[in-house]
Design a protein around this ligand. Structure first.
Ligand code: GLC
Ligand code: CA
Length: 579
């Protein structure tokens, strides 16, 4: 299994590299950077959706699985990219978005055309409910993941359709075997036959719904629609569907990594990833990336309201799946296209040296964890969130951010609105999905070298790109980029401890230091992370025993053996000892 010790580099096509000056990243742009990608030491790439789409949710609303969104390129461009990756020994994964399609997909167009359409049942249609006043209401009180009712009214046929995400993303009806067969043919086999190596499976646990569509408990009486995710995640037939899909993937020896929201219980996760179950090879658990998000609404929170023990417990939740007693497998990651940048969330941006130290500390954290490692574009150069000074209305593009901001604006009275909007802005500046979607920072030229100087990029490049960019860091042996390359090669050299070792906390309650051990075959490592911007004292002798070696440190002086004090950790200092 090639993927157990592998590192996968995630690419957000719109923001990676623009090859033709229209301000939108594209497939030829990705192709042109394969040398760079390979220089990192990764084994595979994962492309976020590139299928044809009206882009209400950046391609997670697919209007044709067998065509490419024209600004990204053509099917032929993808065939060339697959061949170029394979010629270099890089694998290539695509995104599989099959919980829903776009409302512009031909299947939905047909489905909505009449009550008797042969494809009516390919989506989830329900008649209205009537309230006490005889007014038409949605079939239940579910809130969609992007706000508002999860049901949209269709005037022409007099029914509602379900959309767990935007109204332009109607949910497919997986209960219907003909629908499933069509999904497998168009979304899976069309691309598997072209030689892709697997899929990242979008919202992998939402396909099976409770067909009675019960109301969600009223957690927020002031709101019309309620948080309903527990009712639509991990539904009654989900494991049957995934097993059926896995049988097809198996014919092509394709690997899968499923997105697994709202599944905090390890036993429930194991039901998806246990090798014996043959459903998904691994999953993205949400424990870590959800730290600090609002429980009812993701952005209804204040930045940095997390504690280190909380972070540790969430790291452990995934690591525990790979403790040697199960046949399960999972992933290690801190970033993706749906999250704020990790340095902005858990590191420090106040000075260049703390930025650099904390970027490397987070690099050590994630590269020493068990599971298949996922690295998100720009993470390797320490990209950070857009600044607070950026205007939400003009600079943020994501449907989720926009809807939330509009919701807060609409639901706060004029007297409370400025403070409510300021709170929403501060949460969005911390957690919005937009931050990960800023153009990749290639160099210090206008638009960070993502596109030509006179183009208008689809999202503004970060103001800090003259300081934080690939070109500058490539030349610097002590840069964040050089550190990532080093850590990826160390991870490769000790796969038994890093990629699949057994994780154990040293002191899970310690509020200042995150220390853990990874046990491999006849050796172990001790990872020491100072999560504070101040100097800390630490006693390591008892943990290290007699024979040990400092494998890596983010403190250059220590790495070179100068001025080292084993007992003093500098702000955001991070070390890995081999014992
Ligand atoms: C997943 C994707 C996200 C998308 C959603 C709906 O969570 O990662 O970007 O908006 O699914 O498809
Ligand atoms: Ca382009």
């Amino acid at each position: 299994m090639w993927w157990k010790n592998a590192t996968v580099y995630q690419i957000y096509p719109a923001s990676f590299k623009d090859s033709n000056g229209d301000g939108i990243g594209d497939i030829p742009g990705i192709h042109s950077q394969l040398d760079y990608i390979q220089s990192l030491g990764v084994d595979a790439i994962w492309l976020c959706p590139i299928y044809d789409s009206p882009q209400h949710d950046m391609g997670y609303d697919v209007s044709n699985y067998e065509a490419i969104y024209p600004p990204y390129g053509t099917v032929e461009d993808v065939e060339k990219l697959i061949a170029a990756c394979h010629a270099r020994g890089l694998r290539i994964l695509m995104d599989l978005v099959v919980n829903h399609t776009s409302d512009e997909h031909a299947w939905f167009q047909e489905s909505r055309s009449s009550l008797s359409s042969p494809k009516r049942d390919w989506y989830i249609w329900r008649p209205p409910r009537l309230d006490a006043a005889g007014q038409r209401r949605p079939p239940n009180n579910w809130r969609s993941c992007f706000g508002g009712s999860a049901w949209a009214w269709d005037e022409a046929t007099g029914e509602y359709y379900l959309h767990l995400f935007a109204a332009q993303q109607p949910d497919l009806n997986w209960e219907n075997p003909a629908t499933r067969a069509a999904i497998y043919a168009a979304a899976l086999e069309f691309w598997l036959r072209k030689g892709i190596d697997g899929f990242r499976v979008d919202t992998a646990n939402t396909y099976s719904k409770h067909t009675s569509f019960p109301d969600a408990p009223v957690s927020n009486p002031a709101h019309e629609y309620q948080y309903a995710s527990p009712l639509f995640c991990n539904g009654p037939r989900i494991h049957d569907y995934l097993r059926e899909m896995a049988a097809i993937l198996k014919k092509y020896n394709a690997m899968t990594v499923g997105e697994l929201p709202l599944t905090p219980n390890p036993a429930d996760v194991l039901a998806y990833v246990s090798a014996q179950e043959s459903q998904l090879d691994m999953v993205f658990q949400f424990d870590i990336v959800e730290l600090g998000t609002g429980p009812d609404m993701r952005y209804h929170t204040t930045p940095r309201n997390w504690t280190l023990p909380d972070l540790k417990a969430r790291v452990q939740a995934t690591q525990a799946l790979m403790d040697g007693t199960t046949d399960g497998w999972s992933t290690a990651f801190l970033e993706n296209h749906d999250q704020g940048r990790s340095i902005s969330r858990w590191g420090c941006e106040t000075t260049p040296s703390l930025w650099s130290a904390s970027a490397k500390l987070l690099c050590i954290l994630v590269t020493t964890l068990s599971g298949t490692l996922f690295l998100y574009q720009g993470q390797e150069i320490g990209m950070v969130n857009a600044p607070l000074s950026w205007d939400i209305d003009t600079e943020y593009k994501d449907v989720e951010s926009k809807n939330y901001y509009a919701f807060v604006r609409a639901s706060s009275s004029s007297s409370s609105s400025s403070s409510a909007l300021a709170a929403a802005k501060s949460a969005l500046q911390h957690l919005a999905r937009d931050h990960a979607r800023l153009p990749m920072q290639w160099d210090g030229t206008p638009h960070a070298g993502f596109t030509v100087p006179d183009a208008t990029p689809w999202m503004r490049a970060h103001d800090n790109h003259p300081d934080i960019n690939v070109k500058r860091q490539t030349l610097d042996a002590h840069s964040v980029l050089s550190f990532w390359k080093k850590m990826l090669s160390i991870r490769k050299a000790y796969p038994d401890v890093f990629a699949r070792g057994v994780f154990a906390h040293v002191d899970p309650e310690d509020e200042r230091l995150f220390m853990f051990e990874k046990r491999g075959e006849g050796r172990r490592v001790l990872v020491v992370l100072n999560f504070r911007d101040e100097v800390q004292e630490v006693r390591l002798e008892g943990l290290l025993g007699g024979r040990y070696e400092l494998l890596v440190s983010n403190n250059v002086e220590i790495g070179e053996g100068e001025g080292m004090s084993m007992h003093v950790l500098q702000p955001y200092e991070a070390r890995v000892y081999l014992v």
